[in-house]
Each structure stands twice: as structure tokens, then as C-alpha cells.
Design a protein around this ligand. Structure first.
Ligand code: NAD
Ligand code: DAU
Length: 351
């Protein structure tokens, strides 16, 4: 497989996946398809935009005819599908947008892939990137395995669960060769500052309140984004067709403990007195349907493919905080919306 379509490659995780594939596989042709929504930012991949094996396509996966035409034009042999509406709070305000992108958009890609290869799928692959949120919530104990029943609780996770089911159904019905990974919470450079870690880093820098939902006793399993990209590379090349792999950080944190750790790290880096940033913590109204705990059993990908996280949480979080402190212009651009001008400057006004 040499011609690979990566969707959502201007977003947080997608940009790390695109960078990895462009740099590690110079003989592959990497096409990054992204609609450049509020979450898509070409500055995230500006370091590789002039590489000979990289092409950017601005397109919307909800547009079936455009997606079908692109497959006919380029004959993508493989898809790594990350494009999605990804923020739970936005899904609570506008569920339909999540159905359109995450469900209909995924179906458009499946249909275009199927139509192009006319069921001759030898050597082809459709890789669907999903989330642990499809499994719903855990109590105080236990882990999500690949056998855990789907029980999504938010419109976001319901839309991701639906897309997973469609991918699986195309595998059963049309023998479409797919793999799915369900990953835990990512963190790292380029994370959009609406999600917990980058939002709180930005607010600490600017001395703004840190809005902790409910009592803060919710648990997430955090994974450094570069390690997720490495897992995707491995599963893409060595995962078995029609299989699902869970990916996680072996790294559970209660939100309030994580926020306090972040405050401590940032006080030290910003030269503030110990305890200063913690004063910004403000308990706010809880997220409706808030999942209590996510924790991944990643033993399948570990045992079968040899994957494990390469950095500790301490290393990853320190690296991430340093990245945000050194890239405050990036933060200013994404919070002001100025990055939206990048595409016009780079691609429309280009001479
Ligand atoms: P993100 O919101 O940062 O990026 C999503 C990207 O998709 C953006 O570049 C956006 O412009 C693009 N996009 C959105 N709608 C589109 C459309 N209609 N057509 C084309 N492009 C469109 O998301 P992320 O956090 O990088 O997540 C990427 C994928 O990984 C998602 O499928 C998400 O469900 C999954 N995932 C995320 C996490 C996490 O912790 N962030 C964990 C597990 C799985
Ligand atoms: O588990 C994987 C999922 O992780 C991905 O599929 C999603 O795309 C990604 O957004 C993420 O979902 P979460 O809802 O877990 O992430 P978020 O950063 O929004 O919230 C993390 C926890 O922090 C959650 O318990 C809610 C809480 N929170 C979040 C925000 C934004 C707060 O307490 N305050 C906040 O302001």
C-alpha cells in the first residue's frame, strides 16, 4: 500500500500521524484530507508541507460526491480515518453535527473505498481510528477490553460507536478489509485548547479560572499523542484484518489530581510561588452524562504487536507544558481564530 489517504490530518492526533508517515515512509504518497473546521489547523503540519510525498486536500467527508470523485482520481489504496467532531461538550450542544461528520462522513469514505475497488480488496486497508468512549463508563474497578459491550453515553461517543459498527458491518457484508483501534485520552503538542489539559495550561498562563466539572473525581487514562501515532503505524502495518485493538496509557488520573499536578509543574516553570496556580481551581456545574472512569486494557496490542508507551506521564506532561510555553503564538492564533487565515495565505494567495 503506497497511496494513503489520511483524514483529519490537520487536527491534533491526525497531524502527528501525518508527520510520522511522511517522515518515516518517503516511498509512500501521503494525502492529508481535512475540511479545516475550527479544530483543523495547517500550522500543525507546516514542517512537512513541502515534502515531495505529501499532498493536502481541502475537502469535507460529508460530501459524498466529492469523496467518491477523489477516490476515482487518486485510487487511494489505504485509508487512515481520523476526521471527526471530537469534543464531548460540543456534542451535547449540537448532536446532529456529530452524526453528519462521524457517521455519514465515515459511510461516505466506506462507500467510496468500496466503489473504487469494486470488492477487489486484496492488499487494501481501511483503518478506522476510534475511542474508548464507545464502551461507556467503568465503575471504580475493571478495564475496557476488546470484548467489552458498547454502551456510549454522550452524543459524541454514540456517533463514534455508530461509525465503528458501520465499519464492522462493511467488513462482514462486503468483506471490506478493516482494522479499528479504540484509544484512551491523548495529550501533547497541538492539542486544541477546548480539552482539559491544553485549556488548563492556557488558563494557567493567563491567570484565568480552571473550571473543574463536578467534584473532579472523574478518571481518565492519558496517553502521549506521539505514542498513539506509533500505535497507529504499527496496527496499520501489522494489525490483522477485521480486528479491533485497544490502545491506552496504563496511566489513570483523577481529574483533580491531574489538575493539581499541572498547577505544580507550571508554577515551577513560570517561576510562581508554589500553590499559586491551584488558587485558580473553580468547581463548576458538571457535564451531563459525565462518564465516571475510563481505563484501557491494552494487553492485546502489547502481546500481539509489541506496542507500549515510550514515555512516562511525567516526561510527556513536562514536554507538553514546555511545548505550549514555547508556542504561545500558536495558542493565541487558535484561541483568536487567526490560524484560519493560514490556509488562505498558504494555498489561495500563493504565487
Ligand atoms: P480534532 O478535533 O483535533 O481534529 C479533527 C480533525 O478532523 C480536524 O482537523 C478537523 O478539521 C477535521 N474534520 C472535522 N470534520 C471534518 C469533515 N467533515 N471533513 C473533513 N475533515 C473534518 O480531533 P482529535 O482529537 O485529533 O481526534 C482525531 C480522531 O481520533 C477522532 O476520530 C477521535 O474520535 C479519535 N480519538 C481522539 C482521542 C483524543 O483523546 N483526542 C482519543 C481517542 C480517539
Ligand atoms: O477517551 C478518549 C476521548 O478523550 C476522545 O475520544 C475525545 O475525543 C476526547 O475529547 C477525550 O474526551 P474527554 O471528554 O475525556 O476529554 P476532555 O478533555 O473534554 O475532558 C477530560 C475530563 O476533564 C473529563 O472528565 C471532563 C473534565 N473536564 C473537561 C474540561 C474541558 C473538566 O473538568 N473541565 C473542563 O473544562
Amino acid at each position: 500500500m503506497k497511496k494513503i489517504l489520511i483524514t483529519g490530518g490537520a487536527g491534533f492526533i491526525g497531524s502527528h500521524v501525518v508527520r510520522r508517515f511522511v517522515n518515516h515512509y518517503p516511498d509512500y504518497e501521503i494525502y492529508n484530507l481535512d475540511a479545516l473546521t475550527y479544530a483543523g489547523n495547517l500550522e500543525n503540519v507546516s514542517d512537512i508541507e513541502n515534502k515531495p510525498n505529501y499532498t493536502f486536500i481541502k475537502a469535507d467527508i460529508t460530501d459524498a460526491s466529492v469523496i467518491s470523485a477523489l477516490f476515482k482520481q487518486h485510487s487511494f489504496e489505504a485509508v487512515i480515518h481520523l476526521a471527526a467532531e471530537s469534543h464531548v461538550d460540543r456534542s451535547i450542544t449540537n448532536p446532529l453535527a456529530f452524526v453528519q461528520t462521524n457517521v455519514t462522513g465515515t459511510l461516505n469514505l466506506l462507500n467510496a473505498f468500496k466503489e473504487r475497488w469494486a470488492n477487489d480488496f486484496e492488499g487494501k486497508r481501511f483503518y478506522h481510528v476510534s475511542t474508548d468512549e464507545v464502551y461507556g463508563t467503568l465503575g471504580a474497578t475493571g478495564l475496557f477490553t476488546e470484548q467489552t459491550a458498547y454502551a456510549p453515553n454522550s452524543p459524541y461517543s454514540a456517533s463514534k460507536a455508530a461509525s465503528d459498527h458501520f465499519v464492522r458491518a462493511y467488513g462482514e457484508t462486503y468483506k471490506l478489509p478493516y482494522v479499528i483501534t479504540n484509544c484512551s485520552n491523548n495529550y501533547g503538542p497541538n492539542h486544541f485548547p477546548e480539552k482539559l489539559i491544553p485549556l488548563f495550561i492556557n488558563n494557567i498562563i493567563n491567570n484565568k479560572p480552571l473550571p473543574v466539572y463536578g467534584d473532579g473525581n472523574y478518571t481518565r487514562d492519558w496517553l502521549f499523542v506521539v505514542d498513539h501515532a506509533a500505535a497507529i503505524d504499527l496496527v496499520f502495518h501489522e494489525g490483522k484484518n477485521h480486528e479491533t485493538y485497544n490502545v491506552g496509557g496504563f496511566n489513570e488520573w483523577k481529574n483533580i489530581d491531574l489538575v493539581k499536578l499541572l498547577c505544580k509543574i507550571m508554577d515551577a516553570k513560570l517561576g510562581r510561588p508554589a500553590g499559586e496556580s491551584e488558587k485558580l481551581i473553580t468547581y463548576v456545574k458538571d457535564r451531563p452524562g459525565h462518564d465516571l472512569r475510563y481505563a484501557i486494557d491494552a494487553s492485546k496490542i502489547n502481546k500481539e504487536l509489541g506496542w507500549k508507551p515510550s514515555v512516562t506521564f511525567e516526561e510527556g506532561l513536562n514536554f507538553t507544558v514546555d511545548w505550549f510555553l514555547n508556542n504561545q503564538q500558536w495558542l493565541k492564533n487558535v484561541t483568536s481564530g487567526d490560524y484560519m487565515n493560514y490556509y488562505t495565505d498558504q494555498y489561495i494567495n500563493r504565487v
